[in-house]
Ligand binder design. Structure first.
Ligand code: ZN
Length: 500
């Protein structure tokens, strides 16, 4: 029996706004598409939250035994500053300000995004397609929508004909937006007159003479609209329909709403079975914005180099902090919350270290603790299978830590556990921390030196006790405690330590 049969996954589908049992389109396989970054600036917390949320989805499906194809794109072209298909291309603007060739901007921020993701232990996607690498597919898809009579060409640009689409299709079902309300809120902007209907959106835009990123097309030189790239690349690598499309909540409208309309227009069917969205985050209760001065990028978090940061926060602290909340909850960053996360994570790794060195005596095969130990493991799976609830999963891991400490302080308790249940408990604790949640200990040279130094002190203390020099052995223990290092005496003379 596969793990996914034993612990079936339930996830919240944004389309139905309810929790549904996950049934893959192809048994045993999962296709996931996540809208990746637009590469024109330093990766920030918003990027991290989306990437980590879906990294968890990717990791857990794999752990359960599914064969996963995970696609996360790089948006490196044609993403204009506002949703009315007007304004400056963000990449071109950055290139102009920094006096770089646009593809230099794209390469630079693609590199910094990949570096930050690796630091956060986000697994790389199976396929990472770029918009510039799929211009032909986007042109083909635009042509297909034109053939269906759901798009029209004006002055070298092609727009999706939303009014026509509305005769049979629905627009707003994902975001809950109502077309009439949207019309009221649509500002008259220059260029709108090209559109037959204010909510029509660009599939292809004619390039103005100063526009550098441009490609030939049947409609003249131009560049693709933003929404069409995700429809073209997801269809190419995952087929139509595919299982899961993810992204931040802010992409529901218009980006994902437009993807549904394009998919319906081009393929005559819903392109995606399950839509999943991660919620937004705030800093000190405020939305993150350059104008508010609270826009902290990931490298600034990692180095502590920002006026709002009391210290540096390691990539794993950021990851752990994010996992303490469910992906559908909003999340507020503060120094206090990050410091608390840092401490909690150290406690968890302290228990992991103790458990790694703990071996079951081999007998009995069954014990009075078995039911409790197996229950912990089942809870890990049940919480992850319940819409990837990492917050509750972490809570179970902390309950398990308490059990580890109990075994450690009183080794006779280990004999109350059967070998099989203990080994399952041990393996699951380790697997969920390292593989499913993707956390790892940030050791480094500093940590190795600390580890070695404390080991020396522990040996000196053992010697002092053996010589009945209790004044010295107590002093070593108390002085370490005063700087936040706690020694824990085991019954059989073993001494472990943790950072409080
Ligand atoms: Zn997208």
């Amino acid at each position: 029996m596969k793990l996914y049969e034993k612990y079936p996954v339930y996830l919240t589908n944004s389309l139905s706004r309810s929790k549904e049992k996950f049934e893959p389109l192809t048994p045993g396989h999962v296709g996931i598409y996540l809208c990746g970054p637009t590469v024109y600036g330093d990766p920030h917390l918003g990027h991290a939250r989306s990437a980590i949320s879906f990294d968890i989805v990717n990791r857990y499906f794999r752990h359960l035994g599914y064969k996963v194809r995970y696609v996360r794109n790089i948006t490196d072209v044609g993403h204009l500053e506002n949703d009315a298909d007007e304004g400056e291309d963000k990449i071109l603007k950055k290139a102009r300000l920094e006096q770089l060739e646009p593809m230099q901007v794209v390469q630079q921020y693609t590199n910094s995004y990949r570096l930050a993701m690796a630091q956060l232990n986000v697994l790389p996607p199976d396929i990472e397609p770029t918009a510039t690498g799929h211009i032909i597919e986007q042109i083909e898809l635009t042509r297909k929508i034109l053939e269906q009579g759901l798009a029209y060409e004006v002055n070298g640009s092609v727009y999706f004909d939303l009014k026509k689409y509305l005769q049979t299709g629905q627009y707003g079902k994902l975001s809950g937006k109502v077309v009439d309300d949207l019309l009221v809120n649509t500002r008259d902007t220059e260029g709108v007159e090209e559109k037959r209907f204010p909510l029509d959106f660009a599939l292809w835009k004619k390039a103005q003479p100063q526009h550098i990123m441009r490609w030939p097309s049947p409609w003249g030189e131009g560049f693709p609209g933003w929404h069409i790239e995700c429809t073209a690349m997801s269809a190419k690598y995952l087929g139509v329909p595919f299982d899961i499309h993810g992204g931040g909540m802010d992409l529901q409208f218009p980006h994902h709403e437009c993807e549904i309309a394009q998919g319906m227009g081009a393929f005559g069917q819903e392109p995606v079975k399950y839509w999943m969205h991660n919620n937004m985050l705030t800093i000190g209760g405020q939305k993150m914005a350059k104008s508010l001065g609270n826009f902290i990028n990931l490298q600034q978090f990692f180095t502590g180099n920002h006026p709002l940061l009391a210290q540096a926060y390691s990539p794993m602290t950021i990851r752990f902090f994010m996992l303490q909340a469910h992906y559908r909850s909003t999340l507020d960053f503060s120094n206090e919350a990050l410091q608390a996360a840092e401490k909690a994570m150290k406690r968890l790794f302290g228990s992991l270290k103790i458990l790694k060195n703990m071996e079951h005596p081999g007998s009995p095969q069954q014990g009075t603790q078995d039911q409790a130990l197996n229950h912990f493991v089942d809870q890990l799976y049940q919480n992850m299978s319940d819409d990837f609830n990492t917050a509750k999963t972490l809570a179970v891991l902390f309950d398990m830590s308490a059990k580890v400490n109990e075994f450690n302080t009183d080794k006779s308790k280990l004999k109350e556990a059967g070998a099989e249940a203990f080994n399952r408990f041990k393996e699951s604790f380790q697997t969920f921390i390292l593989d499913v949640l993707g956390l790892h200990e940030e050791s480094g040279r500093g940590h190795e030196l600390l580890e070695g130094t404390i080991r020396i002190l522990i040996e000196l203390r053992k010697k002092a006790r053996a010589e009945r020099n209790f004044a010295l052995s107590d002093k070593i223990r108390d002085d370490l405690k005063a700087i936040g290092i706690q020694l824990m005496d085991g019954k059989d003379g073993e001494i472990n330590w943790t950072i409080e």
